[in-house]
Design a protein around this ligand. Structure first.
Ligand SMILES: [Zn+2]
Length: 60
């Protein structure tokens, strides 16, 4: 059974995606993240999102 969640990257409610820590990433953002060049500003945006989440996990 699939559960709809709000993507932490694009803020859209999608029914396909993965959870990384508490962050939900939809399938399209996940694919985008995997295909984005590390030198791209968009990639840095993803990394910052993940850092924020992993910090909150470590300190909780
Ligand atoms: Zn998304």
């Amino acid at each position: 059974m699939k559960k709809k969640s709000r993507c932490g990257v694009c803020n859209e409610v999608k029914d396909d995606g993965i959870h990384i820590y508490q962050l939900y990433i939809c399938e399209s953002c996940e694919k985008e993240m995997l295909t984005t060049d590390p030198g791209d500003a968009r990639y840095q945006f993803f990394i910052e999102k993940l850092k924020t989440i992993s910090k909150s996990v470590i300190h909780s």
